[in-house]
Design a protein around this ligand. Structure first.
Ligand SMILES: *[C@@H]1O[C@H](CO)[C@@H](O)[C@H](O)[C@H]1NC(C)=O
Length: 409
C-alpha cells in the first residue's frame, strides 16, 4: 500500500496530468520530440543497426521457463574477418531501460559490441523481457498485467538461464559475461546459482551493483521518497514505459525544478557523465529508453530503502508462502566461486553504482576482482562515453583475453 507520501504523490501526479500535454513539461521535451523506432516487427536489432554497417549478425529466439520469448543477436566475427573460426564467446547484458542496442549505439569505433567483434570475440547480445526486442510470450500479450509480473530476480533466474543456456549449447564453450548496471545485478545474482555459474568462464561488470543504499541521483531519491513504485502498483500501472504519455508525465511531475532539476535529465537520473555525446541524443531516443515493469522498479526501490541484496519482498505472509521465511532470502555473494575471474569498472561520478556500495560488493566476494576505477566517469559513460574504448574497453579486452588463454582457447 502507498503511504501518505504515496497518496500525496498520487494527487500531484493527477494534478500534473491535467495541466495539458503540449509545452507544459520542458524536462521531457526530447522524449516527446523523438518518435521511438518500430520494434522487432520492422526488422530486429541486426537489421536496424549491425547489417547496415557491414557486420555479420543473426537473430535468435529463446524461450524462458515462464514462457517469455527473448531475442538474442549473434555477431560471430568483425567486419573484416576472413577465417571461419570463431573466438571465445562473450555475452553482453544491458541495463535497466536499455536494450541490446546499447552496445552498438555509438560509432563502430566507439561501441563495445562492435569493438569485441573486431577483436576476434564471438559476440552474443542479450535482451531481457519487456524491452522492445523481447516482447513475446507464449500466453500473455504486453497488455496483460501478468506479462509485467517480474523483477530483476526473474531476469536472473529465467532470462539469463535461458539466454546463457542457449549460447552455451550452441558454442559448446564456457562464456565470458559482460554486464552493465542492472545487467550486473542480474549477473551477480545469477553467479550465485550453480546451474548458471557453471556456464561462465569470467565476468566483467561495468558499474557493478548489488547494494543500492548509497544511490545519490536526485531524480531517483525523489521517486523513492514519493513512493512512485507503490503508487503505480496501486493505480494498476504494471508496465513502466517512459515513452508513453503517462511515463512522460511521471517524469515531468518528478522534475519540479525545486527538488529535482531536470535541465539535464540524464544527470538527474544517473549522475554526471563526462563524455556523453549530446549531439546524438535524438538518435539515442529512437531506441531508448526501453520499457520495464513497475514490479522491477519496486524491487530496486526496496533495495534502496533497506540496503539489502535479496529476492523480491512480498511482505511477511507473501514471503512465508513463497520462500518459507518471513523475509526474502539474500543473494549470497560469498557463494560465487573464488576461482571465477571477475573484473569491475566503476566511476567516481556514478550516482547509481556508488563507490561505497561497490566496495561493499567487493568486500563480500571471496575472490579479489580486478578493478578499473575512473574518477570522472559516470554511470552511462561506461557504455556510451565517446572515449570508452581507450578509457575502459582496452583493459576489459585484456582481461577477457587472459581469461580465454586460461580456458580451452
Ligand atoms: C557525436 O555525435 C555526432 C552525431 O552523430 C557525430 O557526428 C560526432 O562525431 C560525435 N562525436 C564524437 C566525439 O564521437
Amino acid at each position: 500500500m502507498a503511504g501518505s507520501g504515496g497518496v500525496l504523490a498520487l494527487i500531484l501526479l493527477i494534478v500534473s496530468c491535467c495541466r495539458g500535454v503540449s509545452g507544459a513539461f520542458p524536462a521531457t521535451a526530447a522524449l516527446r520530440r523523438v518518435a521511438p523506432r518500430a520494434g522487432a516487427g520492422a526488422g530486429g536489432l541486426c537489421d536496424q543497426l549491425l547489417l547496415p554497417l557491414g557486420y555479420p549478425c543473426t537473430e535468435h529466439t529463446v524461450k524462458t521457463k515462464d514462457g517469455f520469448l527473448l531475442s538474442l543477436q549473434h555477431i560471430p566475427h568483425g567486419k573484416n574477418k576472413a577465417s571461419e573460426s570463431t573466438g571465445p564467446p562473450v555475452f553482453l547484458q544491458h541495463g535497466l531501460f536499455q536494450g541490446g542496442d546499447t552496445w552498438f549505439i555509438n560509432s563502430a569505433e566507439q561501441s563495445l559490441g562492435y569493438i569485441l567483434a573486431d577483436n576476434g570475440f564471438d559476440v552474443w547480445i542479450g535482451n531481457v523481457r519487456g524491452t522492445r526486442w523481447s516482447k513475446g510470450h507464449s500466453t500473455f500479450s504486453v497488455h496483460d498485467k501478468l506479462f509485467w509480473d517480474w523483477s530483476w530476480q526473474e531476469l536472473a533466474e529465467y532470462d539469463l538461464l535461458a539466454m546463457l543456456g542457449y549460447v552455451y549449447k550452441v558454442t559448446q564453450s564456457k562464456i565470458s559475461y559482460v554486464g552493465h548496471s542492472q545487467g550486473t545485478i542480474m549477473g551477480l545474482a545469477a553467479l550465485t546459482m550453480p546451474e548458471i555459474v557453471k556456464m561462465i568462464s569470467s565476468a566483467a561488470l561495468l558499474c557493478p551493483i548489488s547494494y543500492l543504499d548509497h544511490v545519490s541521483a536526485s531524480f531517483v531519491l525523489r521517486a523513492v521518497g514519493m513512493h512512485l513504485d507503490q503508487m503505480l502498483l496501486t493505480m494498476g500501472v504494471h508496465q513502466l514505459n517512459f515513452r508513453s504519455d503517462m511515463g512522460v508525465q511521471i517524469v515531468d511531475s518528478l522534475c519540479d525544478g525545486e527538488h529535482v532539476d531536470c535541465n539535464n535529465l540524464l544527470s538527474a537520473i544517473t549522475g554526471e557523465n563526462c563524455c556523453f555525446n549530446t549531439s546524438r541524443i535524438d538518435y539515442y531516443l529512437e531506441y531508448e529508453p526501453h520499457p520495464s515493469s513497475t514490479k522491477n522498479l519496486h524491487h530496486l526501490f526496496q533495495m534502496i530503502r533497506k540496503g539489502t541484496f535479496t529476492k523480491y519482498d512480498y511482505g511477511l505472509l507473501g514471503n512465508l508462502r513463497r520462500y518459507g521465511h518471513l523475509h526474502p532470502p539474500a543473494f549470497d555473494l560469498s557463494s560465487i566461486p573464488e576461482s571465477l575471474p571477475i573484473w569491475m569498472g566503476y566511476g567516481g561520478l556514478d550516482a547509481l553504482a556508488d563507490v561505497t556500495d561497490v566496495q561493499r560488493t567487493i568486500g563480500e566476494l571471496r575472490s579479489t576482482p580486478e578493478v578499473l576505477y575512473i574518477g570522472d566517469y559516470g554511470h552511462i559513460d561506461f557504455v556510451m562515453s565517446v572515449k570508452a574504448k581507450d578509457d575502459v574497453y582496452v583493459d576489459l579486452i585484456r582481461f577477457l583475453r587472459e581469461d580465454a588463454r586460461h580456458s580451452s582457447y
